[in-house]
Design a protein around this ligand. Structure first.
Ligand code: ZN
Length: 370
């Protein structure tokens, strides 16, 4: 019998590319849609370990097929090692802040985020994650709170503030009946299983709130049939957001890469990065030859201090886990990778700061310069 990890690898080898598909499109400089992928806690070694497992040392992941790339510094305003709240705020608002703070400064001053900017430009907006939808990274894009643990307040910020057109992920415990009622009053259709999401008549729902797990969504390796994959959620978001003729901004987070790192669990980690990369591949394919979409892929920080140290004595093959050492069960200050394609993507090169990712998105959305 073929063991499950190998089966997965054999399957993955069909859908991931050893070399990259050639994408030809004329770039006219105009941006209509912006899609930002964030691998929470995903460092360069996480990408390497996953690449080898999926395609061998000579292979590539979908994310590695993008034309422009660089690396990003991640320190926060009060800590050299950031958390997802401060890093998310830097990416979403262009302002560094203290760890644990969501979308505002250390003295409570609110910073405008890219969802608010997109909304001002008449664009649709979406947040997709494998964590609770009110978790730090998505929260930084659509809420303003002094602490990341204020989950209920963050949910209310979503509903009373920018009202993202699509919100998909876990964290149903936060959404008490009164909050769900508030959501429905604001035009949200609510779904809680993959089947409900798949069979949804999206032309009839103005906004979509999908909560597929009580807490975070399951790790990819333990996912049941009730929960959609990140790829399935991202494609549903794309389908809905594309109805807006003015374009959209979508943030897609591979949120549990970080949790696999905190657990120092390489198998969990590789499958979370694969899940993230499959979503990237599907969205890229979904964009087709669309030449006015900016696609950016990055991470908020590195988790685990992952070092790939082997195997020794032979080159690892497809489906083989590399040998690793972990330096910590927490985050590190390591720079993280960034890739981009589409109009404006040439600004992604060399060393960047996480606040510059915001500048890139803002420029693309056509918002005024501060
Ligand atoms: Zn973390």
């Amino acid at each position: 019998m073929v063991p499950p990890p190998l089966k997965r690898a054999l399957f993955a080898s069909f859908i991931l590319f050893i070399s990259c598909p050639i994408v030809l499109f004329a770039d006219n400089g105009q941006v209509k849609d912006v899609i930002l992928f964030i691998g929470d806690g995903m460092g360069q070694a996480h990408v390497l370990a996953t690449r080898v497992f999926a395609n061998g040392p000579e292979g590539r992941l979908n994310m590695e097929c993008l034309e422009h790339f660089g690396y990003v510094t991640t320190y926060s305003e009060d800590s050299f090692v950031t958390d997802s709240a401060a890093a998310g705020t830097a990416i979403a608002t262009g302002h560094k802040t203290g760890n644990s703070i969501i979308g505002q400064g250390r003295h409570g001053q609110e910073y405008k985020n890219v969802l608010e900017l997109a909304r001002e430009m008449g664009k649709a907006t979406g947040l997709v994650t494998t964590t609770e939808v009110t978790h730090a990274t998505p929260a930084a894009f659509a809420a303003h709170e002094s602490h990341r643990e204020e989950a209920k307040a963050i949910a209310l910020d979503y509903l009373d503030g920018v009202q993202p057109d699509v919100i998909l992920g876990g964290g149903a415990w936060v959404w008490t009946p009164d909050l769900l009622e508030e959501a429905r009053n604001r035009g949200y259709t609510t779904v809680s299983t993959k089947k409900e999401m798949d069979t949804l008549d999206s032309t009839k729902s103005k906004r979509l709130l999908g909560l597929f797990a009580r807490n975070h969504m399951a790790f990819t390796t333990e996912r049941g049939s009730e929960e959609p994959s990140l790829r399935e959620m991202a494609l549903k978001a794309l389908e809905i957001l594309r109805r807006d003729p003015d374009g959209f901004f979508l943030m897609v987070e591979g949120g549990r890469i970080d949790h696999a790192g905190h657990n120092n669990d390489l198998r969990w980690l590789v499958h979370e990065v694969l899940d993230f990369d499959e979503a990237i591949g599907a969205v890229r394919a979904g964009l087709g030859d669309q030449n006015d979409a900016l696609l950016i892929i990055t991470a908020d920080h590195e988790t685990g201090g992952l070092a790939v140290v082997g195997p020794g004595g032979h080159l690892p093959g497809k489906g083989e886990m590399v040998e690793v050492r972990w330096a910590t069960k927490g985050h590190t200050a390591a720079d993280v990778p960034i890739w981009a394609q589409g109009p404006g993507a040439e600004a992604v090169r060399g060393r960047m700061d996480n606040t510059e990712v915001f500048s890139l998105v803002k420029e693309a959305l056509g918002g005024d310069k501060e």
